[in-house]
Write a protein that binds this ligand. Structure first.
Ligand code: SF4
Ligand code: SF4
Length: 367
């Protein structure tokens, strides 16, 4: 078995698959542990979903004018470079200078979460489930305790989706902002004498969605992302694996699964028909499997899409308001109005040099 090292410590790149008892416990989601384990073994997750792997990934920058795209994407690169090239050495440097002062895990967790909240993060702690770590990236997570951090995307930008009038693209700035701030949280942890390894949001090394749910931060929404009580579907995730035993958070049942079954606005409004109405078994999990190829084609043709997030009433009106209204009336707040809205797919927002040869956007039968 291939081994990597992080600070002199041997890290198994593909650890043994957990036994049948290691069932994923997510409220409202059925899991077949044996099938999940089998897929993790014979067909482990890859760093990027198929449409984002080279050479297809090149279509995205090629389809857009560099002069527009570069200012959006360039600021997201430095936190990634620090993560990949410098953080391991910096971790060694910092923890050598800062002896561990707090031995009580609960107190350490409280201080870390308070600092993370001061930077705008919601956070929770869980154990790493290596079935959801991409092949070859286990060494990016040298410790099993994971602090999952979520940051809100700008509501005013997403309310414009898919015709972004306030700017040309959706909120790419979140990757820069959360990217640098997750390093600040990691450095705070190192100053407490605890070694850690941070991952920025623009990253495919692990599945953030499942870990955010396991850390009790939210529930799985029909559109495939996490719904949180703070921001609904409107956040980006990053994480820190740290060398400390902290009290773990547990998944929470917020009633989202039942609400999504009633709502399905993201399904009805997705212009690419990428979100299926019915759940299917996919890699041992019974869920609405988003067709990422269809989504990416559409996403690439326009300068972003995010109609699924914009259509979600939990994003528009707030989690508590919508869920209270649903509990009182059994109705989805604003459903008819949102459904009746016309999608603004203007030529202005369309990429100049794409062709239907690359990006067929016609609505097809859902899988
Ligand atoms: S981003 Fe757009 S195309 Fe992709 S799933 Fe959401 S609504 Fe559909
Ligand atoms: S739009 Fe409706 S179905 Fe889709 S994630 Fe939001 S609440 Fe769930």
């Amino acid at each position: 078995m291939k081994l990597h090292r992080y600070r002199g410590q041997r890290v198994v790149t593909r650890p043994p698959i957990p036994d049948d008892g290691a069932v994923l416990r997510i409220p409202g989601v059925e899991v077949d542990a044996a099938e999940l384990n089998l897929y993790s073994e014979v067909n482990p997750l890859r760093f990027a979903i198929p449409p984002l792997r080279p050479p297809q990934a090149l279509l995205y920058p090629l389809a857009h004018r560099a002069v527009e795209l570069l200012p959006e994407l360039t600021p997201t690169i430095p936190p990634m470079v620090f993560m990949e090239l410098f953080q391991e050495r910096y971790d060694r440097y910092m923890t050598a200078r800062h002896p561990r002062t707090i031995t009580d895990g609960a107190r350490l967790k409280e201080e870390i979460q308070r600092y993370a909240a001061s930077l705008g993060f919601i956070s929770g702690v869980t154990l790493l489930d290596r079935r959801f770590v991409s092949l070859g990236y286990d060494s990016a997570f040298p410790y099993d305790t994971v602090l999952v951090l979520g940051m809100e995307m700008r509501k005013e930008f997403l309310l414009e989706a898919p015709d972004f009038r306030l700017r040309r693209y959706p909120d790419y700035d979140i990757y820069r902002k959360a990217g640098w701030r997750v390093h600040r949280v990691a450095n705070f942890i190192r100053r407490k004498g605890v070694s850690c390894s941070a991952r920025v949001p623009f990253d495919g090394a692990m599945q953030y969605t499942v870990h955010a749910i396991l850390a009790g931060l939210g529930e799985l929404g029909a559109f495939g992302g996490v719904i949180t009580p703070q921001y609904g579907p409107r956040q980006r995730w990053c994480c820190i694996a740290l060398d400390a035993e902290l009290p773990l958070d547990s998944p929470v049942d917020l009633g989202v699964a039942a609400f999504c079954d009633e709502c399905l606005l993201c399904v009805d409004r997705c212009p690419a028909g990428a979100i299926p109405r019915e759940r299917v078994w996919w890699r041992g999990v019974y869920k609405r499997k988003v067709n990422d190829v269809r989504c990416f084609r559409f996403f690439s043709r326009l300068k972003g899409c995010a109609v699924c997030i914009n259509s979600c009433p939990l994003h528009r009106f707030g989690f508590d308001e919508v869920m209270d209204h649903y509990a009182r009336t059994g109705e989805v707040m604003g459903r008819e109005e949102i459904l009746a809205e016309k999608l603004t797919l203007s030529r202005r927002n369309e990429c100049k040099n794409t062709s239907d040869h690359f990006f067929h956007t016609g609505r097809e039968t859902a899988p």
